[in-house]
Write a protein that binds this ligand. Structure first.
Ligand SMILES: C[S@@+](CC[C@H](N)C(=O)[O-])C[C@H]1O[C@@H](n2cnc3c(N)ncnc32)[C@H](O)[C@@H]1O
Length: 222
């Protein structure tokens, strides 16, 4: 699976534009946001992995101690930096999730991977990224992603049609868009359970309508 850096340096902004949302996607993202604002209130420090143009940096800065966003798309990091310039507790870094230990020195109370960021990252990098998170996160990792079902795939395809992205191929839960510039994947919950439990995290899930799910990993060992 190719990574989506080139895609997010250009046309990928369409994924961050609410005008393109279908009903199921809108419900997923609304429930995700309500959950994040409720659950992260008062948390000391947050790492937002794949922070995009800074949606959650702006929303969480007023209610958490401090928040650091990292993303590998320069145009999105620039937007995130500009739109959070008035918050003294926000840091935005250009870099890759797989290189996190070289980008940050401190640990974080919570980490967030919102809006299927995990499904945008090639699967061969997941082990390394979860190793990084296990070291950098003190309490909880939150991963918001698509559920896996034929109904969700239909909704995703309606959404991709609305954004105007060309679907090249569908392979299981993976949709390949725009000549392979972007691959959006989804994984069964058992996959995340293994990634989390093998690193000393227990797992709980919260459905966001029929489309999305939040996976909450809680550190049980140090
Ligand atoms: C679907 S967007 C979600 C953006 C943001 N989390 C939100 O909820 O609005 C996925 C983001 O992950 C970033 N991304 C994908 N792979 C990455 C990687 N390996 N390291 C850092 N960022 C990555 C993309 O640039 C993009 O901004």
């Amino acid at each position: 699976m190719k990574d989506s850096q080139e895609f997010y340096e250009g046309m990928g902004l369409k994924f961050l534009d609410p005008q393109n949302e279908t009903e199921g996607i809108r419900e997923y993202l609304k429930l995700e946001e309500e959950f994040v604002l409720r659950t992260f209130k008062g948390v000391d420090s947050v790492l937002d992995v794949g922070c995009g143009e800074g949606r959650y940096l702006r929303k969480l800065a007023p209610i958490v101690g401090k928040i650091t966003g990292i993303d590998f798309a320069e145009q999105l990091v620039d937007l995130a930096k500009k739109s959070t310039a008035n918050f003294s507790n926000v840091t935005t870094l250009l870099g890759r999730a797989e290189h996190l230990p070289t980008l940050v020195e401190e640990t974080f109370t919570y980490a967030l991977l919102a809006w299927n960021t995990i499904g945008n990252i090639p699967q061969e990098l997941h082990q390394c990224i979860f190793d990084n998170l296990a070291k950098l996160v003190d309490e909880k990792i939150f991963i918001s992603t698509f559920q896996c079902s034929p109904e969700v795939m239909d909704e995703r395809l309606r959404y991709y049609a609305k954004t105007g992205f060309k679907v090249e191929n569908i392979d299981g839960n993976q949709v390949i868009l725009e000549g392979g510039l972007h691959c959006a994947n989804a994984y069964p919950l058992s996959y995340f359970q293994e990634l989390l439990e093998s690193r000393g995290f227990s797992m709980k899930t919260y459905d966001f309508g029929f489309v999305g799910v939040m996976i909450e990993g809680t550190k049980t060992s140090i």
